[in-house]
Write a protein that binds this ligand. Sequence first.
Ligand code: SAM
Ligand code: SF4
Length: 346
Amino acid sequence: MTAHPSAPFLPSMTPAGLVDPFGRAVTYIRVSVTDRCDFRCVYCMSEDMHFLPKQDLLSLEELDRLCSAFVARGTRKIRITGGEPLVRRGIMTLFKSLSRHLDTGALDEITVTTNGSQLAKHARELYACGVRRINVSLDTLDPVKFKAVTRWGDLARVMEGIDAAQAAGLAVKINAVALKGVNEDEIEHLITWAHGRGMDITFIEVMPLGDVEEQRADQYLPLSLVQTRLMERFDLSALPDQTGGPARYMRVRETGGRLGFITPLTHNFCEGCNRVRVTCTGTLYMCLGQDDAADLRGPLRASESDELLQAAITDAIARKPKGHDFIIDRTTRQPAVGRHMSVTGG
Ligand code: SAM
Ligand code: SF4
């Protein structure tokens, strides 16, 4: 039996799968386990960020309970993100406890998006917890530019992290934000480097999330332009989309590798959206680009059983919007949403 998404969850019911009002099944959650980070990337954070007081955060046990409540409703994939997820103290405990859902077959995949700074320390344990694929964010291979983009990062350390991840058996995908005048001239090099190491690479358009010091229009490089330029150099052929996600993939004939484009601005990817995002305080965002949210911390803490929590999840999914309305131009000064990407999780 599939309950209507807005039907109340009653204690006697087996929780039904999550389907939104547009018929999209929600099977993927991204969980931001901290809003803190050891970098201050120019497109993600302002230099002077105010972070949440630690007591507002869900404990690791509460995060496990929340994720498990989604697994009970048909979530097949969990991505742990942040802020920088691997700086959260004790985070490996969460990976370890969630891995039981991989063992039972309830979950297909646990994965992580990281800046790579702590990977050398954690790669083997991630693998031991059943993680098989990770995303590492890296926008440039030039140490000076890397410092300028991340403000606080150290490229050599990230490279050690990538080495450790590959040595541990983790498949690594590189995510790079395309930044006008910053890594614009390095895109080919990033592709040949990543593919040379057996890694997929995906480029992302900068999104107008949260106030940062720079003007978004000064950072924004449309990927349609990047693709046109790349086609002069490489033979690119479209691949069928197998991820259900926002990336469109192409095969680069010269390298044999896969190249992805995430284009929230030039190509709207909402029709196939199968995901929601939970913050480290237990706020559920049904769309990355909209403000509507549901508090799950209240119902989670109000009772030891999951009935209130499940009812709140049901209500929230019934409000999942059709899509986002990102715009970047010189007349639109306000970010699309006030929160930074580090709050909602990438
Ligand atoms: N700290 C981890 C990392 O950097 O991979 C995980 C969190 S980070 C917020 C997730 C992803 O969001 C990163 O790939 C980052 O480059 C991307 N990101 C952050 N702010 C963005 C923005 N305004 N537009 C597009 N991508 C952004
Ligand atoms: Fe930190 Fe990731 Fe945001 Fe960079 S993109 S500041 S590494 S959360």
